[in-house]
Design a protein around this ligand. Structure first.
Ligand SMILES: Nc1ncnc2c1ncn2[C@@H]1O[C@H](COP(=O)(O)OP(=O)(O)OP(=O)(O)O)[C@@H](O)[C@H]1O
Ligand SMILES: [Mg+2]
Length: 221
């Protein structure tokens, strides 16, 4: 198998809201490919990223990572895979307001159990690689929207993810900033050889990916 991740016949039902999304959904994610996920609001794009990133479980189906079925693994084991394999970038940067940019970047490494000094060194080096070193001592509210999103990309990079999951990463940005953030994402994907799965409502953003997957509207159940 030449893919890093494979979803087979994945279905997700939310009984609380009586909706079924991703009915018997299949997806192969290749090494170092970029995939855009598009579809109407409520079609299950964020749900799909949550399942891929092991933040949520489907009701049915199989999920292989590096050819190993992972849905049956313990909560703890899944958390470990999440922390080592995936990076996340969201529409809103979700930086912790009272942490500096450096501390925000180091956060996934604290979760990994690194001592602060080691975590800060690694975070500093990622911030420098992305040209953001001058922001490291600032708090998130002291940054522009584009800078905040760049710092959240740096935070996602710090664990060297194999798959980066991005949920509408540019939808809150103006056109020029959007292009800059996209350039950064695609350059990093090329240099660091991770696969990129990006949700977007914007066709021009989707067109930059190697493949576009269209999700169908949710069904009431
Ligand atoms: N935790 C939950 N509990 C109940 N229903 C949920 C939950 N999460 C999502 N849903 C429902 O599942 C459907 C898909 O939600 P999802 O957030 O995946 O859509 P989306 O395609 O990302 O939409 P948008 O483009 O608006 O972000 C929606 O109808 C939503 O209300
Ligand atoms: Mg969404």
């Amino acid at each position: 198998m030449f893919c890093i991740a494979k979803l087979i016949n994945i279905s997700k039902i939310f009984p609380q809201s009586n909706v079924a999304v991703l009915e018997k959904f299949n997806l192969d994610i290749g090494y170092n490919e970029s995939i855009a996920i598009m579809g109407a609001s409520g079609s299950g794009k964020t749900t799909l990223l949550s399942i891929l990133g092991l933040l949520d479980s489907p009701n049915q189906g199989q999920y292989f990572l590096h050819d190993k079925e992972i849905l049956q693994l313990s909560h703890q084991h899944k958390a470990k895979i999440r922390n080592t394999m995936f990076g996340f970038v969201f529409q809103s940067h979700l930086l912790i307001p009272h942490y500096t940019c450096l501390e925000n970047c180091a956060l996934p490494l604290y979760y990994r159990g690194l001592v602060p000094r080691e975590a800060h060194e690694k975070a500093e080096s990622v911030l420098s690689a992305l040209g953001l070193q001058e922001l490291s001592k600032r708090l998130p509210h002291q940054l522009s929207g584009g800078q905040q999103q760049r710092v959240s990309i740096a935070r996602a990079m710090v664990t060297k993810p194999q798959i980066l999951l991005a949920d509408e990463p540019t939808s809150a940005l103006d056109t020029a900033t959007k292009e800059e953030v996209l350039d950064l994402l695609f350059t990093l994907a090329e240099e660091r050889k991770f696969s990129l799965v990006m949700v977007t409502h914007d066709q021009t953003v989707a067109n930059r990916c190697s493949r576009i997957i269209q999700l169908n509207k949710q069904v009431l159940c």
